[in-house]
Write a protein that binds this ligand. Structure first.
Ligand code: ADP
Ligand code: ZN
Length: 652
C-alpha cells in the first residue's frame, strides 16, 4: 500500500477503476435541437419572405410622392407599403446611444400612417399618378402558405416524438403487447458466434470453479441427475468483489456444457415505467426455456434483489415487481427443463431472503480475490498470446500484485504490452511490467516543476515513511521510494506485504499507523513546521485506528463490542448507519482513536530522531536519483529489512 504525499483536497487515485457505462443517448438531443433550428429557419425565410422592406418615416414617403418617385402603394390597416421607382437613400436618425446608423438605400418601403389624418394625401397620390390598392388586414402572405408552414413544424415535432417513442419501444418498455416493448435485452451468446470460453480461461479461483463443475455435468446430461427423482440446482449465486471473474465463470460453465448463454444485467430490467422489468424477466425466461438446456446469467442481481422495503428512492414498486417476477419464474419451471440461473453480486447481505430460499438461489459460490499462486495462474492465462522476454518472472509479478483481481491482472498485462509496443520492443520485459504496475497503482507521472526546497521537503516526507518501514518490527518491506510526482501524489513510498495477508495482528496495524505518520513526523523533526502533504496519511491512519477501536476490539477501554456499522467485505464500504452508541461511548471512541494516533506519532518521531543520520542519507540519495528500489534503500540507510513481529504470548 503506497503512502503518499498529496496536494490538499486531492481524491485518491482511481486504482483499477472500471470504465463507465455507455452514455445516455445524447444524439437524441442533437437531433431535437437540429429540428428546432430547421423550424426557425423555415418560419423565418418562407413565411416572412426573403425581400427586405424598410420602414421609412411618413415625411420621406410624402416627399417622394411629391418628387414623383412612388410607383404604387397599397394600404393594409395603418400601414402603407409601396415601391420607389428609383431607390432612395435615406439617413435614419441618430440612435439613443448617440451612434449614427448607416444610411440605407430603400426600394421597397413601408410607412405607418400618422394618427392625425392627412386629408391631402389621397389627392396628392392621385395627382402624382400613384397606383393605389387596398387590402384587408391579414397576417400571413396567403392562407395556403400559412397552413403549410404554420402547421408543418407542429407535424414535424409530432413526427419526431413518434419516432422517439418507436425507438424507445424497440429497446423495450411498457407491456409486451405494446409494440414489443417488453423484449428482454438479454444477449444470447451463441456458441458458434462467440469465441468459446472454457474453464481453461479461468484461473486462480479453483474452489469456485470446482463447485460449478457439477452444474456443467448436469447441463450435459440432466437425466443422470433426475433419474432417481433428485432435483438439480436451479439457481447459483456467485458472490465476489468486482472483477474476480464471476461473469467469466458463468460463460465458462455455458462453454463447457456447450449450451446457449443468456446474459443480462439486472440494472437493465429496471426502467422508468412500471411493469417493464417484469415483462422483460418473463421474456428472458421464455427465450431460455425455448433454447434449453441453457444458462441465464443475471449480473448485479442486487439491483433488483434488494430486500423489499429497504429500496433506494424511486422505482420501489417497479423493483418489487421485477423481483417478484424473477421469483415466479424460478418457481415456475422444473429443474428438469435444464435452465440454470447464475446470478452475480458483490452485496449478498442486502439481498431479499426470498431470493435465497430453496429452489431459488440456494447455492452460493464465493469467488475470492486470487492469492499469489492464483495470480500467477491468471497471469499465465493472459500472457498466453503475449511474447515475454526471458527475464520475466510471473511469480515475481504475482508477488507484487497483492489484492489484484483477475480483471486487474488482465489490465496490467495489457498495459505492459502497450508500453512495450510504444517502446518498439518485440517482447515484453520485466521493466514494462513494473512500469505498468506503477502507473496503475499510482497514476501516470506528472511533469510538474518543483523548487529544490519543495523536492527536499518531499524527500524528507517519503524518507520518513521508508525509514520507519525498515525500523518498526512487522512493517511491510519497503519496495520503492520515489519523489517523482505521479497522479495525485507528489512522492510515493511503496511497501508491499511479503505474503497475502488474511488476518492482521494488532502489532502489524500499529506498525502500519506508525509508518503512515512517518511522513509528517520527518517533516516536523527536520523543519519544525507543517504542510498539507500529510492529508492522505492522516486519513488512512485515522481510519485504521478507528477500526481497531470500533471493529476489531483492540481497545481495552471499549472491549469486544461492535461499535461500527457492518462492512461489505467485497466493496469495503459500510452498510447503513453507525451502530447506535451512547454519547459517552462516542466520546470514549474518539479518545481511544486519539490515543492510538498520538502514541504512534510520538513513536515515529522518536525513531526518526534516533536515526536522523539514516534519514538524511536517504534524502540525499533521493534528491540525486529520484527513485530508489529496495536494494538501494537498504544500502543507503545501512539498515536490514524490518524484523518480523515476535510472537508474544498474550499477557496476563
Ligand atoms: P466480474 O463479473 O466478477 O466483475 P468478470 O468476469 O467480468 O468479473 O472479469 C472481467 C475480466 O477479467 C474477464 O473477462 C477476464 O478477462 C478477467 N478475469 C477475471 N477473473 C479472471 C480469472 N479468474 N481468470 C482469468 N481471467 C480473469
Ligand atoms: Zn505520506
Amino acid at each position: 500500500m503506497p503512502t503518499s504525499q498529496r496536494t490538499p483536497k486531492a481524491d485518491p487515485p482511481e486504482v483499477n477503476g472500471k470504465s463507465s457505462e455507455s452514455l445516455p443517448p445524447r444524439r437524441t438531443w442533437a437531433s431535437f435541437l437540429l429540428l428546432l433550428l430547421a423550424n426557425y429557419l423555415l418560419v423565418r425565410f418562407l413565411i416572412l419572405g426573403p425581400e427586405q422592406v424598410t420602414v421609412v418615416p411618413y415625411t420621406v414617403f410624402k416627399q417622394q410622392v411629391v418628387a414623383g418617385n412612388v410607383d404604387a402603394v397599397y394600404n393594409r390597416g395603418e400601414t402603407v407599403e409601396g415601391r420607389f421607382e428609383n431607390p432612395v437613400t435615406w439617413q435614419p436618425p441618430v440612435r439613443g446611444d448617440g451612434s449614427r446608423p448607416e444610411a440605407v438605400t430603400v426600394t421597397d418601403f413601408e410607412t405607418i400612417l400618422p394618427y392625425f389624418l392627412d386629408p391631402g394625401l389621397e389627392q396628392l397620390l392621385i395627382d402624382n399618378q400613384v397606383e393605389i390598392r387596398a387590402e384587408p388586414i391579414q397576417t400571413g402572405p396567403s392562407t395556403l402558405w400559412t397552413l403549410v408552414f404554420g402547421l408543418g413544424p407542429a407535424f414535424l415535432i409530432i413526427g419526431f416524438y413518434f419516432w422517439l417513442f418507436r425507438r424507445a419501444s424497440r429497446q423495450g418498455g411498457l407491456g409486451a403487447g405494446m409494440m414489443g416493448m417488453g423484449k428482454s435485452k438479454a444477449r444470447r451468446f451463441d456458441l458458434e458466434a462467440e469465441a468459446k470460453v472454457t474453464f481453461e480461461d479461468v484461473a486462480g479461483i479453483d474452489e469456485a470453479e470446482n463447485e460449478l463443475v457439477e452444474i456443467v455435468d448436469f447441463l450435459k446430461a440432466p437425466e443422470k441427475y433426475t433419474r432417481l427423482g433428485g432435483t438439480a440446482p436451479k439457481g447459483v449465486l456467485l458472490v465476489g468483489a468486482p472483477g474476480t471473474g464471476k461473469t467469466l465463470l458463468a460463460k465458462a460453465v455455458a462453454g463447457e456444457a456447450g449450451v446457449p448463454f443468456f446474459s443480462v444485467s439486472a440494472a437493465e430490467f429496471v426502467e422508468m415505467i412500471v411493469g417493464v422489468g417484469a415483462a422483460r424477466v418473463r421474456d428472458l425466461f421464455k427465450q431460455a426455456r425455448e433454447a434449453a438446456p441453457a444458462i441465464i446469467f443475471i449480473d448485479e442481481i442486487d439491483a433488483v434483489g434488494r430486500a423489499r422495503g429497504q429500496v433506494a428512492i424511486g422505482g420501489a414498486s417497479e423493483q418489487e415487481q421485477t423481483l417478484n417476477q424473477i421469483l415466479t419464474e424460478m418457481d415456475g419451471f422444473s429443474s428438469r427443463e435444464g435452465v440454470i440461473v447464475l446470478a452475480a453480486t458483490n452485496q449478498p447481505d442486502v439481498l431479499d431472503k426470498a431470493l435465497l430460499r430453496p429452489g431459488r438461489f440456494d447455492r452460493r459460490v464465493v469467488v475470492n480475490l486470487p492469492d499469489k499462486t492464483g495470480r500467477k495462474a491468471i497471469l499465465e492465462v493472459h500472457t498466453r498470446d503475449v511474447p515475454l522476454a526471458a527475464d520475466v518472472d510471473l511469480r515475481e509479478i504475482a508477488a507484487n500484485t497483492p489484492g489484484f483481481s483477475g480483471a486487474d491482472i488482465r489490465n496490467l498485462v495489457n498495459e505492459a504490452a502497450l508500453l512495450a509496443a510504444r517502446r518498439e520492443q518485440n517482447v515484453v520485459h520485466t521493466k514494462d511490467f513494473n512500469d505498468a504496475l506503477e502507473k496503475i497503482l499510482l497514476g501516470p507521472e506528472r511533469p510538474i516543476l518543483l523548487s529544490q526546497a519543495d523536492r527536499e521537503r518531499i524527500a524528507y516526507h517519503e524518507s520518513g515513511h521508508a525509514v520507519l518501514g525498515l525500523l518498526v518490527p512487522g512493517a511491510d518491506p519497503v519496495h520503492r521510494v520515489t519523489i517523482v510526482p505521479r497522479g495525485q501524489a507528489l512522492g510515493v513510498t511503496y511497501q508491499r506485504p511479503q505474503t497475502d495477508r488474511y488476518n492482521y495482528p494488532e502489532e502489524y496495524l500499529r506498525a502500519r499507523i506508525i509508518g503512515m505518520l512517518g511522513g509528517r513526523a520527518a517533516e516536523e523533526v527536520v523543519y519544525g513546521t507543517r504542510t498539507t502533504g500529510a492529508e492522505n496519511d492522516i486519513e488512512q491512519a485515522t481510519q485504521m485506528a478507528r477500526g481497531m477501536v470500533t471493529r476489531w476490539g483492540m481497545s481495552d477501554k471499549l472491549g469486544l463490542v461492535q461499535l461500527a456499522p457492518k462492512q461489505n467485505p467485497y466493496l469495503g464500504i459500510s452498510y447503513g448507519n453507525d451502530a447506535p452508541v451512547s454519547e459517552e461511548t462516542a466520546r470514549l471512541i474518539d479518545a481511544e482513536v486519539r490515543r492510538i494516533i498520538d502514541e504512534s506519532y510520538t513513536e515515529a518521531k522518536r525513531l526518526l530522531q534516533e536515526h536522523r543520520a539514516r534519514l538524511d542519507a536517504l534524502v540525499a540519495a533521493l534528491l540525486e536519483r529520484d527513485t530508489l528500489d529496495e536494494q538501494e534503500i537498504l544500502e543507503v540507510t545501512g539498515l536490514p529489512p524490518a524484523p518480523p513481529l515476535e510472537s508474544r504470548p498474550l499477557q496476563q
